[in-house]
Design a protein around this ligand. Structure first.
Ligand SMILES: Cc1ncc(COP(=O)(O)O)c(C=O)c1O
Length: 423
């Protein structure tokens, strides 16, 4: 295959489909313990293997890190989609690079609703519609990087980011704090990414941190990428404020889309908002337009329903936020802070639980959870969380009964492990 070699796939090819998504993070396990999947002779992770076996036997496995809202009994009202399509669908195909006028105006309205004091700031010509937020990354990286350039990504962070960069032949440099960025930047570093609120930690940057971010970006000549897909899910368990980041000094690309705003991942509609200094704005705009015009990836059905779907977002968002609040109440009720701790997130869909069980028992813990309770949960290691103890990423969007059952199983197992392996 050497003739058809592609840098993109180096060190991924020997892994099976299931393991690829998290392959890099596992290799970088922070505690220095060699993870069994690291070797070239790839052995399947025993936890995945057991999960597959259970599923093959027809046993239902509850995923306590579930992040697909459509699997949690929450559905966007079908009638709104059906009615909008029936009344407004125009079968004449007249594609427009970066999205149709009606769709872009709907996105502008969405921002004007969110930031009513800033209505004038949002302009349809600064929005570029794409098929997904993941695709938005591809357009942005194509616009501002060359192969083998790098971008700074948050750690802990969303594991897919490394792959989104990889397909563009862009390296990722993980950063844990803004302060360390100047030491990490090289000549080929082009951008800093922030995820607001972060997936999975739920943290948003304070106003002071945003000022620092902008000054670092400006000094080091870096673009800022802001992934705000969870920004409508802020302050459900502690008070927090989200502000749209603005700057006229460096390019800022803000990404968002329907998969989280309206719990419609299948709609496949997202967007990029572009801000840039006057000297570069036209060029960047032209590049994004060029890309959009080449792929024309936005689905006309999704554009047609977008105005009504965005208008109705609160219907479904409120259901999800109320569910997360109730689930958080259950967490407080069931879990004793003595054996499990967590930091309150500013927003997002997860709470990170820190146990007092050593990382050495992580596989045993996850295997027992599967075997005894038919439940699975993702470890913080997969997201780059560093801790000597087992850290678990708990989804707050699960159905209440299932969430409660999941917590009871976790509690039972944690107490069992604590008793077997007292510190
Ligand atoms: C932080 C973050 N960004 C982007 C995405 C991808 O979003 P989309 O479904 O619009 O591609 C996800 C999906 O979960 C995410 O968590």
């Amino acid at each position: 295959m050497s003739h058809f070699q592609s840098y993109r796939f180096e060190d991924l090819e020997e892994k099976s489909l299931d393991e690829r998504q998290f392959a890099r993070k596992e290799d970088e396990r922070s505690d220095g313990i060699a993870y069994q999947n690291k070797s070239a002779e790839f052995e399947q992770n025993p936890v995945d293997l057991m999960k597959q076996n259970l599923l093959k036997q027809g046993i239902l496995v509850q995923d306590l890190t579930e992040s697909n809202p459509t699997k949690c009994g929450l559905y966007f009202p079908k009638e709104i989609i059906a009615t909008s399509l029936a009344h407004e669908w125009n079968s004449i195909y007249e594609p427009s690079a970066g999205g149709s006028l009606i769709a872009k105006e709907a996105v502008v309205k969405y921002y004007q609703d969110r930031f009513p004091l800033d209505k004038e700031f949002y302009n349809k010509d600064d929005f570029f519609l794409v098929a997904s937020t993941s695709e938005a990354y591809s357009y942005i990286l194509k616009s501002i990087t060359n192969p083998h350039d790098s971008i700074l990504i948050p750690n802990p962070g969303y594991p897919l980011l490394e792959h989104l960069a990889r397909w563009e032949l862009v390296e990722t440099i993980p950063y844990e704090s803004l302060e360390e960025i100047p030491d990490l930047v090289t000549e080929t570093t082009k951008a800093i990414l922030i995820v607001q609120p972060n997936n999975p930690t739920g943290k948003i940057l304070s106003q002071e941190e945003i000022r620092l971010l902008k000054s670092i970006a400006s000094k080091l000549n870096l673009a800022i990428l802001i992934d705000e897909v969870f920004a409508d899910y802020i302050a459900w368990c502690k008070s927090s404020q989200y502000n749209f980041v603005k700057s006229s000094e460096v390019p800022i690309f803000t990404l968002n889309g329907l998969s989280k705003i309206c719990l419609l991942p299948s709609a496949k509609l997202s967007w990029i908002h572009l801000q840039a200094p006057n000297s570069m704005k036209e060029t960047l705009k032209n590049r994004l337009e060029w890309l959009a015009d080449t792929y024309l990836s936005v689905n006309g059905f999704a554009e047609t329903v977008l105005p009504n779907v965005l208008d109705a977002r609160k219907l479904i968002q409120n259901q999800l936020i109320n569910r997360m609040k109730r689930n958080y109440g259950k967490l407080l009720e069931i879990i004793d802070g003595q054996f499990l701790q967590w930091t309150l997130p500013d927003g997002g869909w997860y709470v990170i639980l820190e146990t007092q069980i050593s990382n050495d028992f992580e596989d045993d813990f996850c295997l027992s959870l599967l075997k005894k309770h038919h439940k699975s949960i993702q470890s913080g290691i997969l997201y780059g969380i560093k801790s000597p103890n087992i850290v678990l990423v708990l989804s707050m969007i699960q159905k209440e009964e299932e969430f409660t059952e999941g917590l009871l199983s976790l509690k039972e197992l944690i107490l069992e492990f604590n008793n077997l392996n007292p510190k």
